[in-house]
Design a protein around this ligand. Structure first.
Ligand SMILES: [Zn+2]
Length: 258
């Protein structure tokens, strides 16, 4: 991977946003492999497709790129996206590409993360205030993607603070989390909430009460569910069956890859 952009290809483009789009997309085409199947290159969609920017010829996965300039080392916890309702519709119809989030500075990639499409849930999409009456598109409602609300395992680092990660690790992490793929949005919400609770526990081992400690918080997030503790235990079993945690003794758990 060459982390620098090829600025030569932006000749002829005047606006800063066009230049940024052209050089970042070109960077992906020249450097990015398919993180889903490991194929060496991604292809760019030629026409201006409304949703995806790239695809993999081998596994037919679609990808979208969101990039922004920032001198800060870390990735933003929130990035702005398009229309709120379109985004919610995309998530619920499962016609959603995987998302690359790139931050760059001095014409060089600083961070690049992959967020697999099955990590999108309505509660990571934040509705923004409608545009003011004085705006050209008055009343239009945009959204933010709250990257910080996605479990850590769902943010696959490809380049971190200017350093690239081994391709094999990236493809392996994708494979690992792909066992969490489910089309049921409600299920995703619970599963990711429980994963995040586990991620917040610092120790490698924990017990049921450590997770029950999050009950009130989880109840606030899922007011329709009166059996939060049952739900917690069900999710722990689900994560155990997929190899993310291990049950050691009754009510005791060990993290495997969380
Ligand atoms: Zn692929």
């Amino acid at each position: 991977m060459n982390l620098f952009f090829d600025m030569g290809i932006s000749n002829g483009y005047k606006s800063a946003s066009q230049v940024a789009r052209v050089v970042t997309e070109n960077w992906v085409v020249r450097n990015m492999f398919c993180p889903v199947c490991g194929a060496p290159l991604l292809q760019q969609y030629t026409a201006n497709r409304p949703v995806a920017d790239f695809y993999c010829e081998s596994c037919m996965s679609d990808f979208e790129l969101k990039s922004y300039e920032s001198k800060t080392a870390k990735v933003k916890s929130k990035i702005s996206d398009g229309a709120y309702h379109t985004m919610i519709e995309r998530i619920t119809s499962f016609n959603n590409p995987h998302l690359f989030v790139m931050s760059y500075a001095d014409m060089r990639v600083n961070n690049l993360i992959l967020i697999p499409n099955f990590f999108f849930t309505p509660n990571i999409i934040e509705q923004r205030a409608p545009l003011k009456d004085t705006a050209r598109r008055a009343g239009w409602i945009g959204c933010n993607i709250e990257i910080g609300n996605i479990p850590e395992i769902g943010r696959i680092m490809i380049v971190k603070e200017g350093v690239e990660r081994a391709k094999s690790e990236i493809v392996e992490q994708y494979q690992q989390v792909s066992s969490l793929q489910t089309s049921a949005l409600k299920k995703r919400g619970w599963m990711f909430d429980i994963i995040q609770c586990i991620e917040r526990i610092q120790e490698p081992e924990f017990c049921l009460n450590d997770i029950y400690a999050f009950s009130e918080e989880l109840k606030d997030k899922h007011p329709e569910n009166n059996f939060v503790k049952d739900k917690i235990r069900q999710q722990l079993q689900y994560l155990r069956d997929r190899g993310f945690i291990e049950f050691t003794t009754r009510g005791h758990y060990k993290k495997i890859c969380l």
